[in-house]
Design a protein around this ligand. Structure first.
Ligand SMILES: Nc1nc2c(c(=O)[nH]1)N[C@H]1C(S)=C(S)[C@@H](COP(=O)(O)O)O[C@H]1N2
Ligand SMILES: [Mo]
Length: 324
């Protein structure tokens, strides 16, 4: 479905598309990618992801063939340095600047992703084969960590729904489970049992199919740096940051709710759903306010991180204080 009426957090078409091609765009309506809400910047529907998307990250080298998505908030971006130097990625240490220091030399090419479980097209795919026919989109998303910090991040990635459709889940598939690489040689933080390794996460299938759900391969117009989850990581902007599993090597379609790392480690602190909810306190702190990285004063947190118009219907009839 093409979103015609912008939601409060979306850019208008005319904002998402440079003015000089906006008029042309009307003639290209037929070329608008179906099902993604993408405003095509130039009518290159169906184009392949540029080869550079599968190269190692090089600072300053911009990705080609990226279109600006309407799924974009019109807010000031968190500076590049904060987005890439203030991270959680326990495979590279538990301090916020450890991933920046320790993940630098993490080699992410070549990379394979195993597709398994209740799906018609299982197999081990080279990342390039899995993504080849997808459209790279830039989406500026709010990003909210359970430790009450927040950012505004310009991700580059592909719609997870689009990939899932091609893989054809069976009628038994109700959830999607994700797994990070397990390799203590390359991920030294895995020598310490701060979490059970590998890091695992999961979504209900309808959450995974929501148009907001992104598999990010880049940020700030460049290939994703290792500390941000290269070469591919999950982004679900209405959920707390820990759902955004990094450096994914396996995606499994399951009938039952899969285990998730933070729920395994502290079940009363971290639930499966992890929806941003200012009314549900973390047992050790309130979730009502957040501090945008770089700002001094806290702001009130908004339910579903402001994405309620797009996702609230996924949870009708659920008690989100119990199913947190
Ligand atoms: N594999 C893996 N993925 C992970 C984590 C991790 O420790 N390991 N930390 C999570 C947490 S707690 C957060 S807040 C986000 C941080 O993503 P960012 O560094 O891109 O902001 O990554 C999530 N994904
Ligand atoms: Mo987090």
């Amino acid at each position: 479905m093409l979103i015609k009426i912008p939601k409060s957090w979306q850019l208008r078409d005319s904002d998402a598309t440079p003015q000089n091609i906006y008029k042309d765009r009307r003639r290209f309506m037929a070329g608008v990618l179906k099902g993604t809400g993408v405003a095509m910047a130039g009518g290159i529907a169906g184009s392949l992801i540029g080869r550079d998307a599968f190269a190692a990250w090089v600072r300053g080298e911009k990705l080609a063939n990226v279109v600006k998505s309407q799924y974009t908030v019109d807010e000031d971006l968190t500076p590049y340095e904060s987005v890439t130097e203030y991270n959680n990625f326990y495979e590279f240490g538990t301090g916020k600047d450890d991933p920046f220091d320790n993940a630098k030399d993490f080699v992410t090419r070549p990379w394979t992703i195993e597709i398994a479980g209740e799906v018609a097209k299982p197999g081990t795919y080279d990342i390039e084969d899995l993504l080849r026919s997808e459209q790279l989109e830039e989406r500026v998303y709010r990003h909210r960590c359970v430790e009450t910090w927040s950012m505004v991040v310009p991700w580059v990635g592909v719609s997870l729904a689009s990939i899932i459709k091609r893989l054809e889940p069976t009628s038994k598939a109700k959830y999607v489970a994700f797994e990070t690489l397990l390799d203590p040689e390359r991920m030294p933080g895995q020598h310490r049992r701060v979490l059970q390794w590998p890091y695992v996460e999961g979504l209900r299938l309808d959450e995974a199919m929501n148009p907001l759900t992104l598999l990010a391969t880049g940020v700030y117009g460049e290939v994703l740096p290792p500390q941000n989850g290269a070469p591919i990581r999950l982004v679900t902007p209405w959920k707390y940051g820990f759902k955004g599993i990094k450096s994914i090597v396996r995606i499994t379609f399951t009938e039952k709710e899969p285990p998730t790392s933070w729920n395994l480690s502290a079940p009363h602190e971290y639930g499966f759903y992890a929806n941003v909810n200012p009314d549900v306190s973390h047992p050790r702190w309130s979730q009502a306010k957040e501090r945008k990285v770089g700002e001094f004063f806290k702001r009130p947190t908004v339910i579903f991180n402001g994405y309620g118009e797009e996702v609230a219907s996924l949870y009708t009839g659920m008690d989100l204080a119990k199913k947190f």
